[in-house]
Design a protein around this ligand. Sequence first.
Ligand SMILES: [Zn+2]
Length: 338
Amino acid sequence: MPTPLCDYTETMPSIAKSSRLNRLPGKPAPRLSPRAKIAAPWSLRTVQGMQILEVAPFKKLPWLVHGFSTRTGGTSTVDSGERILNLGFTEWDRRENVHRNRQAFQSAVGAGDSTLVLLKQFHSPITLFFAAPPEEPRKGDASVTNSRGILLGVQTADCVPILLVDVKKRAIAAVHAGWRGTLARIAEKTVGEMHMHFDANPADIFAALGPAIGGCCYEVGTELVAEFTSQFADAEEYFDEPRTGEEPNPLQWLNMMPPGHQPPPKNVRLDLRKANRSQLLRAGLNKANIFVSDLCTACHTDLFFSYRKEEANSGRLLSLIGLQSGHGMGSKSTCTRT
Ligand SMILES: [Zn+2]
């Protein structure tokens, strides 16, 4: 059986199964929120109806292109008539829409001449180095390059997209960090990969952690507290409550339910961006060079896609980073199957 591209539901299998049964293709996304507030150094730039989230220290580098997509614009449609920028293949959207959206977004970030390299993401710690675009899509969850004309991308709909740039060596990376990748230290490994291939000094690396499900909304089973605590000294700080599930459930003594009818144990909430920021600091990055968006995809489905919130109706966001090709190489997209 093929590995799923990105199973956002893996931590809550019971919910995942019921969501699939309730799938309603084309159902409009719930419109929630107070409108998202964009705080410096982050900003939204509107290009041909699309809104691209950017971070100022990356924008200042004239040889770099980057951008985090939002749901705004694009050619995909939902029943409400809203046009959305879905950038990943889903059951409810047509593949040609996704291709058109990707080309439009790629041009909007200023990389229309670059070759988009997307990975078949599967929550692994695998980081791949590219000196040239691959012939076939590769499996992995982080990519690094210092080749001009290669545009690295990471697809998400709640997981953390991390873009890295070594400002001196002019090397870049794109990382997909869900809880499994975070636990397997994919961000830290990618910094190591940049050091190995480009002699990158972590002190010269800037990191941007884009929109992802926040500690406000990301419920996970208590078993993850033990998993993270076994790996990271500061793991307790990633959770709203450091419960491991071993504690007696006080509700059993406070309610009148008969044995066997107790409410299920409460989940804990995990702040994946905090975990990844901490990991990047341990890898040697300077605090001042790590830029973390505080936007939660699940709180702001008016601006982003969230698998947890929208379930199977969710689209996919794309975060891109590339070195300016500087000359026309012909626009092409090699990874048509991811
Ligand atoms: Zn939230």
